[in-house]
Ligand binder design. Structure first.
Ligand code: AMP
Length: 177
């Protein structure tokens, strides 16, 4: 894997384990020579991830829409910051650059990005692996819902079985190959 796309919260969340996991993923990627592509923000887990990777000598590419850059939400010290016109363009660019995708804990923005990349995989628009970093069981309710979609025959069972889920960054990266 050369480039990993990371979706995560623009807030830190209530459990300090979330920021610890984001930092751990950032530094492990740097150590393994894996570039990170993410939304380019400096707040929350997004900022924690970027700072940890940069501090460990890694490369971090941010893709941010113009309106967010104008609000000074971008991280100022990234290896490369690409400013795009729209949110849709941002997600498309992130997906193009990445070889694999992971979602860390986050809110509705993270959920939307994860759902889109899974939907694109279902439509065979890409065949890249997708993983969930299930820090302290954060994603258990979503996994339960996805399984329920499967048993209700709305989701191919492969969509759930192919989703890589791990409690730690190290294990998740191993599963993504
Ligand atoms: P959320 O999971 O709702 O915190 O959203 C994370 C995603 O929302 C990011 O990938 C961005 O698309 C976007 N986003 C929301 N707030 C910010 C912010 N302050 N800075 C950068 N991106 C943000």
């Amino acid at each position: 894997m050369h480039t990993l796309c990371v979706y995560c919260g623009s807030r830190l969340g209530s459990d300090p384990a979330f920021a610890a996991a984001a930092g751990e993923l950032g530094s492990i990627c740097a150590r393994k020579g894996i570039d990170i592509v993410y939304g380019g923000g400096r707040a929350g887990l997004m900022g924690t991830l970027a700072e940890a990777a940069l501090a460990a000598g890694g490369r971090v590419i941010g893709i941010i829409p113009q309106f967010m850059e104008g609000l000074e939400l971008a991280h100022p010290g990234l290896t490369r910051l690409e400013v795009v016109n729209t949110m849709h363009e941002r997600k498309h660019r992130m997906a193009t650059l990445a070889d694999a995708f992971v979602a860390l804990p986050g809110g509705i923005g993270t959920l939307e990005e994860l759902a889109e990349i899974l939907a694109w995989r279902q439509l065979a628009l890409h065949h890249k692996p997708v993983g969930l970093l299930n820090t302290n069981g954060f994603y258990a309710p979503l996994l339960h819902f996805l399984n329920s979609m499967g048993s209700s025959d709305f989701l191919p069972s492969a969509m759930v079985s192919e989703l890589q889920v791990a409690p730690s960054a190290e294990e998740l990266l191993q599963r993504l190959g």
